[in-house]
Design a protein around this ligand. Structure first.
Ligand SMILES: Cc1cc2nc3c(=O)[nH]c(=O)nc-3n(C[C@H](O)[C@H](O)[C@H](O)COP(=O)(O)O)c2cc1C
Length: 379
């Protein structure tokens, strides 16, 4: 986490080179066929074959010129379209709002297969005015080399495996069906609805390229790559945010991996009343809070936030008088995580109140068991 904190606060801007291995093959026009890509259907109930799970999506702020790299899901639609989930609070959503305001399409490039610092930086909510390319350079200790794209005014790593270029319109007439998708919560996220799509204009790739993806979803004792990465990212960024906001005395910050950054634990040296609330307000008020930091715990510095085995000594002595009260007085917190029976059953959820779980279906377990040896594994 220390390394992540340092990288997020450092910058090493990229350099431009003329050519690179990613340009070994250039495919345009009628030759584009995304249906040829061996993309898996990651979960049986996914709305399509998701090609964008661990890519870097590059967009540019049309005003400042800053290039953003983010991970946002997208699936194979037609032979030359990728319907995507484009949320406005995310940085590419903010970029899109500016192009849409001028009734222009937004250029986008998806990078597949590059150094792990790319998905790490791309899925980190670093401040919107900072380019992830600058942070990637800081993580690797040297600026990356970028080449110009073929059909969009963007740049991508010269040694990437595959890049898909295209344009996104904000006109609902152009939207295409997207979703649902098995998400990190362990449930299918979002509905099947018409959403923004990328109109693909070019594919460039190395010879014999390697496609990169990741299995999303969460099952007991099987944390996804997303959850492991996010827990480190969200803790490191929260600590930097607290420091920038001037919250004093922070001694440790942690996000338990299984919670994927939705739970944030802060340990601090308390010197005045309201310090914990100030810490929570600083985190919730930052651009990193979108979709994360739902629960924030703040504890004193003698409590180890990496260890759940801590007693509650908060009951006042006067309320522990068992002769008077028979027992001590407790504060209790209920976090009711059962399915909310006030929710209406949803047709989209097969008549249930909650979306289906991402757990593989019995026929999938059976197939994997049957073919185990074929995959090259011993029993
Ligand atoms: C594997 C993985 C998949 C993700 N999928 C999505 C997604 O589909 N949509 C989304 O808005 N964020 C998704 N995220 C989270 C974003 O990448 C994250 O919020 C990031 O900060 C976005 O970049 P930005 O801050 O530059 O907008 C995903 C993260 C990971 C690690």
């Amino acid at each position: 986490m220390k390394a992540a904190r340092k990288a997020y606060a450092s910058r090493a801007p990229p350099v431009t080179v003329k050519t690179g291995p990613v340009q070994e093959n250039i495919i345009k026009g009628d030759d584009i066929n995304l249906l040829d890509f061996p993309e898996p259907r990651w979960h049986r109930l996914d709305g399509g074959r998701y090609i964008n799970t661990m890519q870097g999506s590059v967009t540019r702020d049309p005003v400042s010129g800053r290039m953003n790299v983010g991970i946002y899901r997208g699936m194979v639609g037609q032979k030359d379209t990728i319907p995507v989930l484009l949320w406005r609070p995310q940085n590419w959503g903010q970029d899109m709002a500016k192009y849409a305001g001028e009734k222009r399409e937004m250029p986008v490039a998806f990078i597949y297969g590059w150094e792990p610092c790319m998905p790490f930086a791309a899925s980190s909510p670093i401040p919107p005015d900072v380019s992830e390319y600058d942070v990637m350079g800081a993580i690797r200790g040297a600026p990356e080399k970028l080449v110009d794209c073929e059909t969009v005014p963007l740049q991508v790593p010269a040694s990437a495996e595959i890049v898909i270029e295209g344009w996104i319109s904000n006109d609902p007439e152009t939207f295409e069906m997207e979703g649902p998708f098995g998400e990190y919560t362990g449930y299918f996220g979002g509905d099947q609805a018409k959403k923004h799509k990328v109109r693909v204009t070019c594919i460039i790739h190395r010879n014999n390229p390697i496609m990169r993806g990741t299995l999303e979803g969460a099952m007991l004792k099987m944390l996804s790559e997303n959850s492991v990465m996010s827990s480190v990212q969200r803790a490191a960024l929260a600590w930097n945010i607290l420091e920038r906001a001037g919250v004093p005395g922070v001694t440790d910050v942690h996000c338990p991996a299984a919670k994927n950054g939705t739970t944030l634990m802060i340990q601090l040296r308390q010197t005045y009343r309201g310090q914990a609330k100030q810490a929570a307000a600083a985190v919730w008020g930052s651009s990193a809070a979108h979709l994360r930091y739902k629960h924030i715990w703040v504890v004193d510095e003698d409590i180890d936030i990496h260890d759940y085995g801590a007693l509650d000594p908060s009951t006042r002595l006067k309320y522990r008088n068992t002769a008077l009260y028979g027992t001590g007085k407790w504060c209790r917190v209920l976090i009711d995580c059962t399915v909310n029976l006030d929710f209406e059953p949803e047709e989209n959820y097969g008549g249930d109140r909650y979306p289906p779980s991402v757990k593989p279906m019995p026929q999938d377990w059976e197939k994997v068991d049957r073919r185990w040896k074929e995959y090259g594994f011993k029993k």
